[in-house]
Ligand binder design. Structure first.
Ligand SMILES: NC(=O)c1ccc[n+]([C@@H]2O[C@H](COP(=O)([O-])OP(=O)(O)OC[C@H]3O[C@@H](n4cnc5c(N)ncnc54)[C@H](OP(=O)(O)O)[C@@H]3O)[C@@H](O)[C@H]2O)c1
Length: 260
């Protein structure tokens, strides 16, 4: 049975910008979902809430949470458990740094691991229990990346975290294969967001997709409960599937090498 978000509560992390914001608009304006929007910047969340409210009567709650902080995730989980029957969640918040691994500080390393890996595990454990308790037939959508499929120089840590995400969720989907809720992973290529708005990838700008287009693909695949899907351009497909690994790595290194 397809997912149907109409009048149901759907939580989106990383809702304050980029793909998360576009997914919220797609869910509210096209699917009629009620939203719980999570990120750190409350002003951005409220701005988005007000702009959606002008166009739709869906219910929207915003919750400011730093997902690198375990106590903040626990507080979020408590609020959700007490107040909401959540039908679906989009685990979208993520971060990268485009530089050599030996230039990344310990604190930056911890932040990336805490957000991309630890918070994903924590939220997944929470939602599985939430769904089981309610015998829910909802679903979880994870935003991975093209870089999960092959290593990305100058984003080594990031691409490692996305590879973790894919393996973790794909394996977990089998542990829960007999249950009614579903797991989906969307692994897009480059998108024009704050994440890619920097000097290292300026020369790749023409290859970036629009957040709204990726959000549409993401929600379409989610509704169909697709397990692992993407929206690569043909060049990205060539990279992902056809070229030998050494050649892919060489090209990726050249593409991401800092332009001075
Ligand atoms: N852009 C791309 O080319 C691309 C390609 C493939 C996959 N992706 C994936 O798409 C997802 C969204 O990225 P984006 O491109 O939309 O980037 P973005 O515009 O930078 O958005 C990142 C979102 O994550 C939130 N976030 C960051 N740190 C957080 C924290 N500690 N706690 C809670 N929320 C936090 C940010 O909100 P606050 O700062 O307000 O907290 C923001 O809403 C990520 O998982 C990324 O890996 C992006």
């Amino acid at each position: 049975m397809k997912l149907d978000f109409k009048n149901k509560w759907v939580l989106v992390t990383g809702a304050s910008s980029g793909l998360g914001k576009a997914i919220c608009m797609e869910l509210a304006l096209k699917e009629g979902a009620n939203l719980i929007m999570v990120a750190r910047r409350l002003d951005r969340l409220n701005e988005l809430k007000n702009s959606i409210k002008l166009k739709s009567a869906v219910k929207i709650e915003v919750i400011s949470t730093d997902l690198t902080q375990e106590n903040e995730i626990n507080s979020l989980a408590q609020i959700l458990e007490k107040t909401y029957n959540i039908y679906a969640a989009v685990i979208n918040a993520g971060m990268t740094l485009m530089k050599k691994q030996n230039q990344i500080t310990e604190e930056e390393t911890r932040n990336i691991i805490d957000l991309n890996i630890r918070s994903t595990i924590h939220l997944t454990n929470y939602f599985i229990a939430h769904f089981q308790k309610r015998n829910s037939n909802g679903g979880l959508l994870y935003i991975s990346s093209l870089s999960s499929g092959f290593p990305t120089p100058y984003q080594s840590l990031y691409s490692g975290t996305k590879a973790f995400l894919n393996n973790f969720i794909l394996a977990l989907s089998q542990e829960h294969a007999q249950e009614k809720f579903s797991f989906s992973i969307y692994a897009p290529g480059g998108i024009s967001t704050d994440m890619t708005n920097n000097v290292q990838v300026k020369h790749l700008e023409k290859f970036l997709k629009r957040p709204a287009d990726c959000a549409r693909t993401a929600i379409y695949g989610f509704k169909l409960r697709k397990l692992l899907f993407s929206s690569y351009t043909s060049i990205e497909l060539l990279f992902a599937d056809i070229l030998p690994i050494r050649l892919k790595l060489y090209i990726m290194r050249k593409l991401y090498e800092r332009k001075n």
